[in-house]
Design a protein around this ligand. Structure first.
Ligand SMILES: NC(=O)c1ccc[n+]([C@@H]2O[C@H](COP(=O)([O-])OP(=O)(O)OC[C@H]3O[C@@H](n4cnc5c(N)ncnc54)[C@H](OP(=O)(O)O)[C@@H]3O)[C@@H](O)[C@H]2O)c1
Length: 280
């Protein structure tokens, strides 16, 4: 019998990719129309009722500025709600797959952050997400924490980097930070890797799941524009031109010391832009 998977946050960027990768499973999908992650009694009742073998948590308050604006909501969604899921995981015996972020790290001079590096978050988003990681590690027995970098991939929202830039690019020119570095990654590749980790029953713990390499936001957006053959000028800028509401970490490339890197990020962008054109 296939495992029952409860996917919380199926309408987000990771949720859409996970829905696709886990098609063959007994999949139950929920989003904010179905439950409020800040209502912990309701979360508990829903999880108990569904009685899943595996729970994916992609629900979070994502982004530096929004978390600075709404710190209480950030704490509830990014730390306290994962705590609820982690303790339910231990009580009910399901595997919890929780998603985390590069934003728990601050800047490094060279190389890549691995799973054994100590996080040092600089803002409410990073602090509350790291709080979620710590509490899942402390309370859950069967868990994977999947730490992700900047994502590109299918989404219905316009609130994240790639979608915001594509919107801005409609004016014909955009300036993009050439001094913020990440390991840009495709949500679809990550979802398939997570499926592999679960099916191969890799040891529980923290995993960095990223496409191979390191790139600036400028490199990422230029690559997307070139692949889509858009008539847009992409100019190099400094992140100092776009102040955020908190000090932000700017050099957070990641890799894993536990699993093989996924294909190089440029290859992943080539497939993403092809599927983007097919959907438009
Ligand atoms: N996107 C990135 O570049 C990135 C980078 C690093 C790490 N991550 C991490 O990856 C995870 C997934 O991110 P994402 O980009 O997929 O997020 P997203 O696109 O913002 O999606 C969030 C999902 O959570 C649901 N949700 C939000 N608030 C809720 C609430 N109060 N109750 C119930 N459901 C709620 C949303 O449902 P509705 O559609 O109904 O609103 C949506 O399905 C997060 O943990 C994030 O920190 C993301």
């Amino acid at each position: 019998m296939s495992k029952k998977v409860l996917l919380l946050g199926y309408t987000g960027k990771m949720g859409i990719a996970l829905c696709d990768a886990f098609k063959g499973y007994d999949l139950v999908c929920k989003n904010s129309q179905d439950f409020d992650a800040c209502d912990f009694d309701a979360v508990k009742a829903m999880v108990v009722k569904e009685n899943p073998d595996v729970v994916f948590n992609t629900v979070a308050l994502v982004g530096i500025d929004i978390c600075e604006d709404e710190p209480q909501k950030a704490y509830e969604l990014n730390t306290l709600y994962p705590r609820e899921l982690a303790s339910l995981s231990t009580q009910l015996g399901f595997v919890l797959i929780h998603f985390s972020t590069e934003s728990i790290f601050c800047d490094r001079e060279d190389g890549f952050y691995t799973e054994s590096d100590t996080p040092k978050p600089l803002h409410i988003y990073g602090i509350t997400k790291y709080g979620g990681d710590c509490i899942v590690e402390a309370l859950a027995e069967k868990y994977y924490i999947c730490r992700l970098p900047l994502l590109f991939g299918e989404t219905n929202r316009e609130t994240q980097f790639v979608e915001k830039m594509l919107k801005k690019a409609e004016s014909g020119a955009v300036r993009v930070s050439a001094d913020i570095y990440t390991s840009p990654s495709y949500s679809k590749d990550i979802a398939w890797e997570v499926k592999g980790i679960l099916e191969e029953e890799l040891p529980f713990g923290v995993y960095h799941i990223v496409n191979e390499g390191k790139a600036s936001l400028y490199d990422v957006f230029k690559e997307i524009v070139e692949n889509l053959k858009l008539d847009v000028t992409v100019e190099r800028a400094s992140h100092k031109e776009f102040p955020s509401k908190a000090i932000k970490s700017v050099v957070t490339p990641m890799k894993s010391e536990k699993i093989k890197s996924l294909r190089p990020w440029r290859e992943a962008i080539a497939e993403y832009t092809k599927s983007f054109e097919e959907r438009s």
